[in-house]
Design a protein around this ligand. Sequence first.
Ligand code: ZN
Length: 345
Amino acid sequence: MQFKDIVGQEDIINRLTSIIDSGRVSHAQMLLGEAATSLPLAWAYLQYLCCEHRVHHNEGSLRADSCGECPSCKKISSLMHPDLHFVFPTATTSRVKEKPWSGEFQAEFRDFMLQTSGRGNIDDWYDSLGIENKQGLIREMDADGAIQDLSLKAYEGGWRMLIIWMAEKMNESFANKLLKTLEEPMPGTVMILVAESDERLLPTIKSRVQTLRVESAEQKVENNAEFAVMLVGWLRMLFKLKMKDLSAQVDKMSSLNREQLKQFLQYAQSVMRGCFLNTTAGIDVHLGSGDEKFDTQFPKMITVNNIELIEQALDDAVFAIERNAYAKIALMELSFRMSKALKKR
Ligand SMILES: [Zn+2]
């Protein structure tokens, strides 16, 4: 599995490859979001981690990818790598009539991954096992098996890797054993939890894993539609600068949580860049907020005279939000800088 085969996830992919390139690989990473997107990401992440000839791109939207050709890439993409292990929910079947656990279904799970390219969901998996209406679980035996796998010497001399798929299906005894290994991580091991929801995970587990949120393509489109309305609402305020209205708009924006606010500012940045690049190339841009006049007029106001000031102001605001600055103050300051820059067209 290469990153290039996963569509619409460039932001998170670029974060994942830079984590690996900078040597800050977390021994426990959680990918939180639709499993059909997160499992391929986890798969490609481990392939990149082990790749002998990582490829870095100078153009295009991906900064890097695995080569797909080296022996390690081939073993991981075919799921034949001896140091790559899986834990997933299971239940009794016509073949395994008691004490089901992942160890009994390794071949079935690998087939399922290869056939669906990792994009199957939990119901597809239960269907392929034929467990009908039973609920799958990840149990204590899964923990014992995983700990044993991870404590063996790596066959290939590199990383020992474990993917825990649908981690929210772990029961309490699995969680307690997992917690012990998170408290005393084994050197040279990487564990990736793929989960669609973290509501049922113990807070002590959540606090010990590095979490990245994965948004599906549909969620991104939804967010962007909301962001477009908010962005235009805010931009309109920047021309007249009526303090009361601006302050109310900024309150609305500060009600986003920190991660969403950062995404909103990055969205604003990409819109501004798009306005500048397209209008200078003579292409009409439409902001898509539903306010026809503003949507078509505003893009023409981003010119060579103010694009750098605008990008810098947005960059500084993202930086401030990342540093836990008080959101409202950061957004007010950003509003004044943007307002000034827009006058320079
Ligand atoms: Zn490779």
